[in-house]
Design a protein around this ligand. Sequence first.
Ligand code: FAD
Ligand code: UDP
Length: 373
Amino acid sequence: MKPYDYLVVGSGLFGAIFAHEAKKAGKTVLVVDKRSHIAGNVYTEDTEGIHVHQYGAHIFHTNNKKVWDYVQQFAEFNRFTNSPVANYKGELYSLPFNMYTFNQMWGVSTPQEAAAKIEEQKADADITEPKNLEEQAISLVGTDIYEKLIKGYTEKQWGRPCDQLPAFIIKRLPVRLTFDNNYFNALYQGIPVGGYTKMVANMLEGIEVRLNTDYLAHKEELDALAEKVVYTGPIDAYFDYRLGALEYRSVRFETETLDQPNFQGNAAVNYTDSETPWTRIIEHKWFEFGKGADGQDLPKTVISREYSSEWEPGDEPYYPVNDQKNSELYAKYKELADAEPNVLFGGRLAEYKYYDMDAVIASALDCCEKELG
Ligand code: FAD
Ligand code: UDP
């Protein structure tokens, strides 16, 4: 008999939910994380009373009622609604593309006028079957919006020209002929009051967690501690990259505290020209309406500039590159993973999948149902 039923590798959402449910089912659990903190990429750190999203801005949004109801036990969510602003060389536009944007761009004031303007630009561009992101974008919103709000941002974000990028990337951005500037088409949306770290700490309450512990560096001794392993780290690292490394797209964050209460008046401002080196600036306090824990206005502010970058082995893995080459490589690792006895692989790194938080929670709950009954 080993001391624990489960060793959970990684204290991100997947690991924390599995650990929580396993404990609830009467199992003994040990969680390890190689970082010095819990919560994986949703980790928020307190600076000047502001919950700073250390690994990129995280906005919880979902249409999945089961997931929404589930997370309520760990956090109360505020009513934050994501409405980024685009800054193109000092001109400001509302996002996602909606009647405010069309009004700002063309001076039109009715949906009919906006639709006619888009149609006119689309006809001029003469695109019938969009073959790439550029053509797709022009056929959705016309040339002006493509040139000012899409081209520069997208090329910075993906490091490639828009006519060499797949059309589907832009399809997830809503285009609305209404004055609705809610970025997400989601029934439920918000930020956990008190920060994401507190929410994950609530999931892990009463569970032993060892931080600064790299499972792969201590595999043998840690494996000896538990009957089964739930692994949420990178799948290629688990197999010591024996088939090669999976590629990611990375982001670099430059965060600074400013001695002023308000820098940009919004949580997210996208810089959509190609000259500005960063893609966007996040001002963290606006996720919580600029208020501290006791509801007071905060005198300082914290901002993060985001720079999209090529990923090099050793960098923090952010976005999986789900192209054919990497998908095929992942499929081979998946075969190895399926054959690995007593190890469950889950989460965004172990499944090499871009999971939003709600999807990773749904996937963790699914895994719990299968494993714990
Ligand atoms: P992670 O949070 O990455 O957790 C994995 C954990 O495993 C980490 O803590 C890591 O340290 C640990 N680990 C890895 N290897 C080892 C090892 N060898 N030993 C010990 N520990 C190890 N989703 C949304 O819904 N809304 C958003 O607005 C949003 N914004 C995002 C912005 C960015 C920049 C990114 C990259 C993602 C965003 N997401 C967003 C997605 C969200 O971050 C993920 O869905 C979620 O974090 C996945 O949780 P996870 O547990 O699978 O992985
Ligand atoms: N996009 C854009 N301008 C913007 C915001 C987004 O052109 O101001 C494009 C860009 O190509 C991006 C895509 O729309 O990759 C999807 O946007 P989303 O915000 O979903 O991107 P994410 O940062 O989540 O990948």
